[in-house]
Design a protein around this ligand. Structure first.
Ligand SMILES: [Zn+2]
Length: 179
């Protein structure tokens, strides 16, 4: 059990959030508990994992155990999240965030520029694997050279961020333990 059990009361259950999976068991959404209970009451979803400790949401018409994870009963199409890979064009803000604003050449904090590892002037791309956060000093020093030519080796290999994959993996793991 990763989460310490939290006592739920008639006043606090609405503050919890419920994971919603698509028919395919793929991550769909994270919704307020009240929304999840409505989906269950309207038989649009079923409970996969109940909240622990158990708490039953009661109204005039229904008594539904508070869920932790529910699954939609019909496939809901979502526009596919853009598949991010190393060859996907990256935004400069995204690169700075991925690298936590640390310069990829000197590890200095507060990097404000983005460097093309293989210089743009020589055809270097704007892909995740060719962009790194870089401080102004290093960016000027490296100029239109490769890391090898400038004698400034990269401190890490730039890759596309994989946040979504990580979250889906967590869901698979939780399901494996609770089903
Ligand atoms: Zn630097």
């Amino acid at each position: 059990m990763r989460h310490p059990p939290t006592a739920i009361t008639a006043r606090t259950w609405m503050n919890t959030r419920v994971r919603v999976l698509n028919v395919t068991y793929e991550d769909f959404d994270l919704v307020p508990a009240a929304r999840a209970v409505v989906l269950l009451a309207e038989q649009l979803a079923m409970t996969l994992v109940e909240h622990t400790p158990r708490f039953v949401v009661r109204s005039q018409y229904v008594a539904i155990p508070l869920p932790r994870t529910i699954q939609l009963l019909e496939y809901v199409h979502t526009p596919p999240r853009p598949t991010i890979d190393d060859d996907t064009r990256a935004s400069f803000a995204g690169v700075l965030a991925r690298d936590h604003y640390r310069c990829a050449y000197c590890d200095g904090a507060g990097a404000t520029t983005v460097d093309h590892v293989y210089p743009r002037s020589r055809g270097g791309s704007n892909n995740w694997s060719n962009l790194v956060a870089c401080c102004l000093t290093c960016n000027n020093a490296k100029s239109d050279q490769t890391p090898e030519e400038s004698g400034m080796p990269l401190l890490w290999v730039p890759r596309a961020p994989r946040i979504d994959h990580k979250r889906q993996h967590t869901i698979w793991r939780d399901l494996a333990h609770s089903l």
